[in-house]
Design a protein around this ligand. Sequence first.
Ligand SMILES: [Zn+2]
Length: 207
Amino acid sequence: MRRLLRDGFLLLLLAIPAAAQSGDELWQSLIEGNRAYVGGTVTFDHLADLRQHSADHQNPPVTILSCSDSRVPPELIFNRSLDQLFVIRVAGNIAGTFELASIEYAIANGYTKLIVVLGHENCGAVKAAIAGGDAPTPSLEALLQRIRRSFHAKPATVRAAVEANAHASADHLLANSKVIREAVRSGKVGLVAAYYNLTSGVVERIR
Ligand SMILES: [Zn+2]
């Protein structure tokens, strides 16, 4: 009986079309997932069923551009399982050509209803950008230069710098991709910037 109920509930969940939710509703749902994570009640149940269901197609309604930092895994901190998040991770949560292409792909395929740019507390890439000096490789230098361009003045705190960088990263998506810009301006896709607190686990919306 319990298994019947469980399977019925799962089928119901799988049957809910992602398109039914707006960007705002999706954000609220992510925040509920974050509360579960903060409260330590995250579970990843029904993985075998979800794997079966999503094997030949995906329809993740949320795209997340977040940092590569090992302490900021989007699926965990938002309590999201397979087929729910389209995740692009790069040090400093900034977008270059291929990151823009990944987001455009998810929009063009009709998955994305919400884009979240997620900065985080104590980000090493942002701290390196604040510290200045020469980076050890041209690629790292390019990354730090991009982050530095988001600082209009010397940031008062690392948090202020992380927030400035997340805002600039969101602006970069709009400025450099017609697909993203038109999707966001038409209201088909929401765009949120957020800040993740490493110690508490809480995600705060900053845009
Ligand atoms: Zn980081």
